[in-house]
Ligand binder design. Structure first.
Ligand SMILES: [Zn+2]
Length: 285
């Protein structure tokens, strides 16, 4: 295990969700510390199609971290600190419409935050250990996902004969419990598409660090309001994820290969200029 984050660099980060605890075969494991504490696990650095990739299991290997206990700030910071500028964030979700059954791959273009108790900004006015103090910064999250990353992800799925749902709204709940039937019916009535527990604040924090972030949601179950049975069980979620994890990995590999090569400052999407030249007060890693 190497302990110096800067020794090996990556350009693309993958944050693996439930059921995706390992991603690459030949990896270098590094531990990265951040001003916000430790990320969910080590970073696992490897290569896909000649691209340097850093994989981070969102819940830790062995799935010991529930969604509301994940240190999202440390996770995104750690990825950026090894050079990552593009992040792919696959996650398991519940479908809010009957047509979004298990096995549906939906690449959302919108996000609704229904979490309750998560630190969702780096710009909280509190000093970092190095004494620097973040300024008051408001980034735009009108379009929370990278348009380039979304297009690449959709193309990668189609290339694997997995017709994805192009767009939709991911509503993120606090968890760890699943929604009540009434909550689920309400989410669906708003026109939202899928429900998960980790999509926020991940995308918002990525934007604050000027990272490209693309969400790929895999429907593992119909949420309580969209079906008539007993509701969701965690076992059911993991079973469906396991049945689809190989093709999801394939889509992620192809997406990695398809992401444009762009050094910092050369990305053309809105993500790269999210701070608009504002002084964040802290030095981004
Ligand atoms: Zn972008």
């Amino acid at each position: 295990m190497v302990n110096t984050a800067n020794a090996i660099r990556a350009e693309i980060g993958v944050i693996g969700g439930s059921g995706l605890y390992s991603f690459l075969d030949h990896v270098t494991e590094i531990q990265v510390d951040t001003p916000y504490g430790a990320p969910s696990d080590s970073l696992f650095l490897g290569e896909v199609a000649g691209r340097r990739v850093a994989f981070l299991p969102r819940h830790g290997r062995g799935h010991h971290l529930p969604p509301h206990r994940i240190n999202y700030r440390a996770n995104l910071w750690a990825l950026r600190s090894v050079g990552v500028r593009q992040v792919l964030g696959p996650c398991a979700v519940g479908g809010l419409r009957a047509e979004y059954g298990p096995g549906t791959l939906l690449v959302p273009d919108q996000l609704v935050d229904r979490t309750k108790a998560r630190t969702q900004t780096y710009f909280d006015g509190l000093p970092l250990p190095d004494g620097s103090v973040p300024n008051v910064v408001h980034v735009s999250l009108a379009d929370p996902y990278c348009p380039t990353g979304r297009a690449v992800a959709l193309k990668a799925a189609r290339g694997r004969d997995w017709e994805p749902v192009d767009g939709g709204t991911l509503v993120v709940v606090e968890g760890p419990r699943f929604s009540t039937r009434a909550e689920s019916l309400w989410h669906a009535a708003q026109g939202w598409s899928v429900v998960g527990m980790t999509g926020h604040p991940e995308a918002a924090l990525a934007r604050e660090l000027e990272l490209c972030y693309t969400s790929l949601t895999l429907v593992t179950d119909l949420d309580a309001g969209a079906e008539t049975g007993e509701g969701v069980s965690h076992e059911e979620v993991l079973q469906v994820f396991a049945a689809n994890v190989d093709r999801l990995r394939g889509v992620l590999f192809d997406a990695i290969a398809g992401l444009p090569v762009a050094a910092d400052g050369e990305r053309e999407c809105l993500c790269a200029g999210a701070l608009g030249g504002m002084d964040p007060g802290i030095r981004l890693p």
